[in-house]
Write a protein that binds this ligand. Structure first.
Ligand code: C5P
Length: 404
């Protein structure tokens, strides 16, 4: 069940190799993946959609402009849903459309709409494969950062011999497994992550908060899950879909986050505090909406509990990792927090600059621990999260060796 929990969007386009996509779907399902199938019109001439429906357990999607389909799971929902988009077989026509950004059917539109990794398994007659137009399209697609699973050489459906036969389903499935599955370095470990901003109410309609989106924390929750951990995600209010299959606790204020963390802390092996906890809360939350009569208004604020420091200070503390978002003096502040809060590691990042940080999809991190440091270069938060989880796993195992 190596691809367990993966959501694979499988696009079948119109070539004779479409029949092999049934076997591919069966292999994905055998690996525990959830698969949804989209077909081009010409693909349905080769294989009945019902066969894909029966094997996937979901209705097959064909139409871009079908009101009923868009009501249920439209192209944007499908694109958001997918962890990986596989086009197999990919015909010369679909390759050309995707290379040039045309979006005149569901498959080519999804190509533009997905943000997940994309795999093409081309299949066509060998003369078509070698044509300059196809080769130019392949080169162009490579600049979009997509992945190819090269066609094989041999006897083709047309009776000719040459390159163009779709890679075998087993080869495609193995490629996904090796690309997508992280080493299970956190198997059977309990990881708790705080994420997002807290909100500290001033009155029934207003609150103090900050710009944190929660993206980094949620990406870390997914990466830890993919490394085999049981994940508890304690989250402030965000606009992100909560990851499936984790223990998710929604909170609003710092005090609620503190309480949720401590009521779930038993048997926690690794704690990662990514939440941007609001440092001070209003002492009084007005019962009624505050009216704007006065020219000046004063609120007394009270310091919130430091969740991270409290976790690190508790008996049998888990391996504790903090974050440090800074606008200046990044290294000094990070090292100071590492020591003061008695953390095992701290990940520091710049905020308030053009690139990376709060609300962005990308980030770069400087990681510090007692006798070392590492830079993780600017990358998508999902990639950065996988790298950080790998580093945490390494340091956690080292700490365990040292302290038994
Ligand atoms: O001290 P500072 O807020 O800069 O430290 C940031 C780190 O501490 C982050 O990991 C954040 O999640 C955590 N923190 C916390 N509780 C607070 C404030 C910060 O857990 N009240």
């Amino acid at each position: 069940m190596v691809l367990f929990q993966r959501k694979i969007l499988l696009a079948v386009t119109g070539g004779i190799a479409a029949y092999k996509a049934l076997e591919l779907l069966r292999l994905f399902k055998k690996q525990g993946a959830d698969v949804r199938v989209v077909m081009t019109k010409s693909a349905t001439a080769f294989v009945q959609p019902l066969a894909f429906q029966a094997l996937s357990g979901h209705a097959v999607h064909f139409e871009l402009l079908d009101t009923e389909a868009e009501n249920a799971m439209g192209h944007i929902e499908l694109a958001r849903w997918a962890d990986v988009f596989v086009i197999a077989p990919a015909t010369a026509n679909t390759l050309a459309k995707c290379a040039h950004g045309l979006a005149d059917d569901l498959v080519s539109t999804l190509y533009l709409a997905v943000t997940c990794p994309v795999y093409f398994a081309p299949a066509m007659n060998h003369v078509m494969w070698h044509h300059g137009a196809t080769q130019a399209n392949l080169k162009r697609l490579q600049t979009h950062g997509i992945n190819f699973i090269a066609p094989e050489s041999g006897e083709q459906a047309c009776g000719e011999i040459g390159v163009g036969r779709m890679a075998e389903p087993e080869t495609i499935c193995q490629r996904l497994i090796s690309d997508l599955t992280a080493p299970q370095g956190l198997a059977n470990l309990n990881v708790m992550i705080t994420a997002g901003a807290t909100r500290e109410p001033l009155d029934p309609v207003r609150y103090l908060t900050n710009r944190s989106s929660g993206k980094m924390g949620y990406a870390l929750a997914s990466a830890a899950q993919q490394a085999g951990a049981n994940v508890t995600l304690i989250s402030g209010v965000t606009h992100i879909q909560s990851p499936k299959h984790c223990h998710f606790v929604q909170v609003e204020t710092a005090e609620q986050m503190h309480a949720a963390v401590f009521s779930n802390l038993e048997n926690c092996d690794i704690f990662i505090g990514t939440a941007a906890v609001v440092d001070y809360r209003p002492v009084i939350c007005a019962d009624e909406k505050i009216k704007k009569n006065a020219e000046h208004i004063t609120f007394t604020l009270q310091k919130n509990p430091d969740i991270l420091a409290d976790v690190a200070a508790c008996e049998n503390a888990p391996f504790t990792v903090g974050f440090s978002a800074e606008t200046h003096n990044l290294e000094n502040y990070a090292l100071e927090k590492l020591a003061k809060k008695k953390l095992n590691m701290i990940a520091a990042n710049w905020v308030g600059r053009d690139e990376g940080g709060f609300e962005r999809d990308e980030n770069a991190l400087e990681i510090f621990w007692q006798h070392g440091r590492k830079t993780l270069a600017m990358a998508k938060k999902s990639e950065l999260a996988a790298q950080l989880i790998a580093l945490i796993t390494e340091r956690f195992n080292d700490a365990k060796k040292m302290h038994g």
